[in-house]
Design a protein around this ligand. Sequence first.
Ligand SMILES: *Cc1c(COP(=O)(O)O)cnc(C)c1O
Length: 457
Amino acid sequence: MAENKIPYKIYLEEDEMPTAWYNVRADMKNKPAPLLNPGTHQPMTAEELGGVFCDELVAQELDDTNAYIEIPQEIRDFYKMYRPSPLVRAYCLEEKLQTPAKIYYKFEGNNTSGSHKLNSAIAQAYYAKKQGLKGVTTETGAGQWGTALSMACSYFGLDCKVYMVKVSYEQKPFRREVMKVYGASVTPSPSMETEIGKKINTEHPGTTGSLGCAISEAVEVAVKNPGYRYVLGSVLNQVLLHQSVIGLETKAALDKYNIKPDVIIGCAGGGSNLGGLISPFMGEKLRGEADYEIIAVEPASCPSFTRGKFAYDFADTGMVCPLAKMYTLGSDFIPSANHAGGLRYHGMSPILSQLYDDGLMKAVSVEQTKVFEAAEQFARVEGILPAPESSHAIRVAIDEALKCKETGEEKTIVFGLTGTGYFDMVAYEKFHNGEMSDYIPTDEELAKYAAKLPVIE
Ligand SMILES: *Cc1c(COP(=O)(O)O)cnc(C)c1O
């Protein structure tokens, strides 16, 4: 009976919202490896990083010791417009699956950008504004990050230059135009405006671009234009820090009803939503206060955790960014053209990579047709059209719930529902038309990319 007391949606009051982000690095015995200068292979200093990133964000990037970092009031005020995000008890999905498992999801799609990315975009824009900068540059693939950043920049009156992977720029006009609504300039990448763009266009005529290439362009423009810095929407320690708001809210909501999750699941592209969701739970695990099973879900066509190497690698194709030690498939790796489910980045957050290497979390890979099946199953009972990325987590949450059905275990499962899929209907269309296939790279292919990893003494 006590069960019935748990509402469909657990909200927090405004005064229950987090006032500080949680920095999981403070509780890690093995800290994530430092970023290295790509030329000298020495750890990047704050001064070097300051040429590319805002000063306050550099401090956050390098901070391995402070467990809590106050969320500035201006950011908390902005968060209040769309947060707290609901923690939903998936009663309807449980019923549909006939599982004894209790399923919860934290829904981050309740804002115009349609994903969790706004949580970090607003923080990064705030620090850029506070430093008196004119604007920021960034890359975007499908456009979620670019949209979030455009919103954040327009809120603080900053210029926003987005380099959008050319194939997406041409095939995904809607998100491109949303960015323009918020006043951003959107340039297809590779462009002829940067040295690296010209080089790539010359060497690979007709190329449709890649994330790694767009990153190189955005960094080049930030470094060459006074008053500009580069910002990134995932992978970096600072981004996981900002995204900890997801996990802190989730934990506060669960604590209200004394719910303790057994399994926590999230999709992993660069690792920011998963890192944010699990941070406070991982903190407890690291301090020996509680134990949780934590599962990262990645596409079988871009399997950084499950089939990548834990090594220093370039973050971008142009090799201008610092080197990061992470689970990686190699910076030249691009998922096969039929991959429609997002989560395409070749590397993974250094924090999550270290935690995974230390055995503190698991990872599984799933094929995209199975992901879209789960997406539709979920949409039909829970009333939310999920993003393909988020649906990776749905897939594994359903699989875990079905296992409970077999064993009779009443596990509590929490997963991150990172966003909505309204701009991903071409992918859904492919799925409906039976045009979606599951490409899994061979060991030989992966070995070819891994062989090009930089050698670090
Ligand atoms: C960008 C994105 C992701 C993946 O990014 P992470 O940094 O791994 O969290 C997942 N879901 C949605 C909806 C996204 O937009």
